[in-house]
Design a protein. Sequence first.
Length: 278
Amino acid sequence: MNKIYKFSAWWMACLVLLSSLTFTACDTNDVDTNQYKGGISLNVFGPSPVARGGILRFLGCGLDQVTAVQIPGCDDITDIEVVSSEEIRVTVPQTAEPGYVTLVFRNGEHIVTKTQLTYSEPISMESFSPESVRPGDVLTIKGEYLNLIHQVIFADNVIVSDETTGQESVEGENAFLKHTRNEIQVLVPAEAQSGKIILSDGAELPNWIYSELELQVVIPSVSEVIDLIQENPRILKSPILIDDKRLQVGYKEDDIRAFLPRSIRNVENSQARMRAAL
């Protein structure tokens, strides 16, 4: 019985020693970017969501060796407040976008966060102009945090997407003429209908922001068509398609498809995507 007691006491002493080594691992100056053992490590960061212009904190070990913090959408942040070797703080730039954050160390090593940084500011649509447009006109939308928007949706689900969504756009792969935090410019598609505009972040479960006013899409009147033909008689040699919503002069496959029912166009788009995936 006495031998068993002494053996257990010896193991207890070893465990105490190992525990001491574990708790002092943060004091080492060795550069070790393995987050699950001693040396430099990142344990947690936040808050997330965080407000742009707010303070973002990082907690871990050896963080006083961080020389830059990389946040999507902005330049490297080198103005770092070193609270201690276990905590640093940075101010989130106004141009920051959602994504993974990277810590850069003196020796060139990196640690990337396991989760993405998100933001709490609400996206808003303040205005659009002009309020009355024709297909092919440039529509300007102004608001806040529009850099997080990836789709402009016109009435009848006519979608114009930027290049990041991977979804088909009626005007091409990248139909955003301008895309900043406060402004988006797009060409009004030939398929566009009068109605409210929707801004979407393009997520699987998207956030939708509706305009307060309705956009008026103007279709040329009969008299305007007659005047156009009189000024350009060669138009009569081109195909002319017209319905109660639109007028098409000349042959352009993408524009002529606008006269097909949307259900048929959706089937064609699905088949085209399936062929492209083969």
